[in-house]
Design a protein around this ligand. Structure first.
Ligand SMILES: Nc1ncnc2c1ncn2[C@@H]1O[C@H](COP(=O)(O)OP(=O)(O)OP(=O)(O)O)[C@@H](O)[C@H]1O
Ligand SMILES: [Mg+2]
Length: 380
């Protein structure tokens, strides 16, 4: 008997929860407090032996093949269960391309014969971890920062905002900053360099205060940056990570562009787009999700930036907003959305609203999540 079958009897009734991110995929079971595994969203291509991210697809067929390989890894390497006749909940971003969600449904129903599929939006389900129905959810993951206000259980879709400010933006910034201090960096292959950049970002860097960042930027300033660190590279070589790089790395999130857009102004613009009564409520119920928010000092700096922006003439209409509050969900930021989906997966919503195999074979389409879930999310 294959090992996953024996184990499968223990987890038989549990729904499988998958959150496929641009960088990391989180998988686990409903009603559990954390994912069983967080794995890179990539597969090794059988023909070329190259590692490919599942979002780097060429066309529909290529995506289908990548997803077949990837879902196989999730079930048989990491979760050790059989997908056949088991319910699945997929966490989806609002900006997920239709081609991706439809191909994923096709792979799960046709190739893996799952019993039913429920697609839930990441911003909405994150509020379930806090048992609140109103909040401004900001997801800063790998590719972008997306802010969506949720009022009384309904996402206010016309007010959403997104900026290409995620870990990807930081990584390309690190390369430029590292190249200035280290000459040998051009010889490192791009795939290895991506891991190095991420490792340096997570282990060595932090978010500093605005006053320090401004002083460090000016040439005449006498302020000393934090100590530099030597990052070992392959045993014999090393990279010098300067103190300035360690402190200034996250500044791109707080530097306004020509349209005055940065993370803090994006949040205030979202608040400005909702009705006047909900503004104070949203400012006091901000929920930060996504791995990039886990950087040391990020939340404190963002709060300080929001208070600073509120004093700006541009936001003079926000006189009623006196306090800005961030929630602390009972999970790390990178898997808060997964946990929300695991809570949904443990309720009757799965049996009531999930798309069954028979329904899918009949209609051959995945319903839009909002038309599917709108009656139930308001009642949670
Ligand atoms: N402690 C930490 N400090 C700083 N960054 C971190 C930390 N932990 C994770 N990250 C970063 O968070 C990013 C991944 O976040 P997350 O898992 O939310 O992204 P994703 O869901 O894959 O992407 P997306 O939401 O854009 O599809 C990675 O780039 C990782 O380097
Ligand atoms: Mg994500």
């Amino acid at each position: 008997m294959p090992i996953y079958e024996g184990y499968g009897t223990i987890t038989d009734k549990l729904t499988f929860i998958i959150d496929i991110g641009a960088a990391y995929t989180k998988i686990g079971f409903s009603a559990e407090f954390a994912p069983r595994a967080i794995v890179a969203s990539e597969v090794r291509c059988k023909n070329t032996n190259q590692v490919r991210n599942i979002y780097d697809y060429k066309d529909k067929e290529d995506l289908y093949d990548l997803l077949v390989e990837f879902i196989h890894l999730l079930y048989f390497k990491y979760a050790l269960i059989s997908p056949k006749d088991r319910a699945v909940v997929i966490v989806e971003s609002l900006l997920c391309p239709t081609l991706f969600r439809e191909t994923l449904a096709k792979v799960l129903f046709y190739h893996y014969e799952v019993a039913s599929l429920l697609v839930v939006p990441s911003h909405l389900v994150s509020l379930a971890t806090l048992a609140i129905d109103t909040g401004l959810v900001l997801d800063i993951g790998y590719t972008e920062a997306v802010a969506i206000p949720i009022c009384h259980g309904s996402p206010v879709l016309h007010a959403w905002q997104a900026l290409p400010l995620g870990s990807q933006a930081i990584h390309s910034h690190v390369k430029t900053l590292l190249s200035a201090d280290n000459t040998g960096i051009q010889n490192i292959s791009e795939s290895v360099l991506e891991d190095i950049k991420e490792d340096i970002k997570v282990r060595c860097c932090f978010v500093t205060k605005r006053e320090r960042a401004e002083k460090l930027r000016s040439v005449s300033s006498d302020i000393a940056p934090c100590p530099s660190v030597v990052y070992p590279l392959g045993g014999t070589k090393s990279l010098n990570v300067s103190g300035k790089l360690r402190e200034m790395m996250y500044e791109i999130f707080f530097d306004e562009d020509l349209d005055h857009l940065c993370i803090s102004t994006m949040i205030l613009n979202v608040i400005a787009s909702v009705d006047v009564e909900s503004r104070t409520l949203l400012a006091e119920n901000i929920v930060l999700i996504g791995g990039t928010c886990m950087a040391p000092g990020f939340k404190a700096r963002l709060k300080a930036e929001l208070y600073r922006q509120l004093k700006n003439e541009r936001y003079s209409k926000f006189k009623n907003i006196k306090t800005i509050k961030f929630h602390t969900p009972p999970a790390k930021e990178n898997y808060t959305a997964w946990l929300g989906a695991a809570i949904y997966g443990a309720t009757e919503i799965v049996s009531m609203k999930a798309l069954s195999k028979d329904q899918y074979f009949k209609e051959k389409r995945l319903p839009d999540w909002w038309s599917n879930l709108k009656d139930v999310v308001r009642s949670i």
